[in-house]
Design a protein around this ligand. Sequence first.
Ligand SMILES: C[S@@+](CC[C@H](N)C(=O)[O-])C[C@H]1O[C@@H](n2cnc3c(N)ncnc32)[C@H](O)[C@@H]1O
Length: 259
Amino acid sequence: MSNNQPENIWSDELFTKYYLDMIKNKYPANQTEREANFIESVTSLFMGDKLLDLCSGCGRHALAMAKRGYNVTGVELSEHLINKAEKRLKDSPVTDQVSFINDDVTKLHERDLGTKFRAAYTLASLGYYMSDEDVENTLKGIYNHLESQGFLIVDVKNREHLLRNFKQKDWVKTKNGFTCFRYTKFDFESSCTINYKHVKPPHGDEVMYSQWMRAYTLKEMFTIMTKTGFSPQRVYGNFKRGPYDINSQRMIVVATKES
Ligand SMILES: C[S@@+](CC[C@H](N)C(=O)[O-])C[C@H]1O[C@@H](n2cnc3c(N)ncnc32)[C@H](O)[C@@H]1O
């Protein structure tokens, strides 16, 4: 454990058993479309370009981008989510344009994917159970797999907004009957949020698990990008290309690969 970051307790169960049912409300189809619009609007892509979707989850962006004419490779750690994504893909008209790799994005710098990509994006994922070295290795890996002048989009929570509106305790009840009570701590030494979640599924017993995530300042993100060969170009505060400031919930950095 480095930098006082909490122990890594990532498990497939965490992101599948409860996550999948809970995200049905969190990511409605129009949000995915908005995010796909954003990806297109901040990059200059041509039909048929190859895209790398890092931490692709259940494949919502991979499928949306494939439907717009691109070829997408998703990389995702959870085997269960890959299976879900492949099932969705099988029932879609873009089967030939998408493939998923069950792998850890922090190891991408050690992999040969056999091709170069025009753009890479990682939405709502960078920093989940990742040490600073892991994040740096992830960006190094992306750099190796991008074409020269290729694009990188990193979307994370806006740390400043998070702290300004910090909620130590909150709870949600989803439309499909999940109740989640969350207790959150912010560890300033590691700049990590640590969540302790109590989830009560509609049927079955309550379960408890914890999650942690590194929260980056804009300066830290720029530093890590520059160190790994990227040139940050623009910062946005939401997927409508609104400004990044203390009131914006997201910090979305668009960078290019300098060669
Ligand atoms: C909040 S979800 C977002 C998924 C997707 N980007 C989306 O917006 O729908 C975070 C995802 O990151 C994946 N993940 C976390 N750490 C990872 C790693 N080291 N390598 C690959 N995937 C990872 C999780 O399994 C999960 O699917």
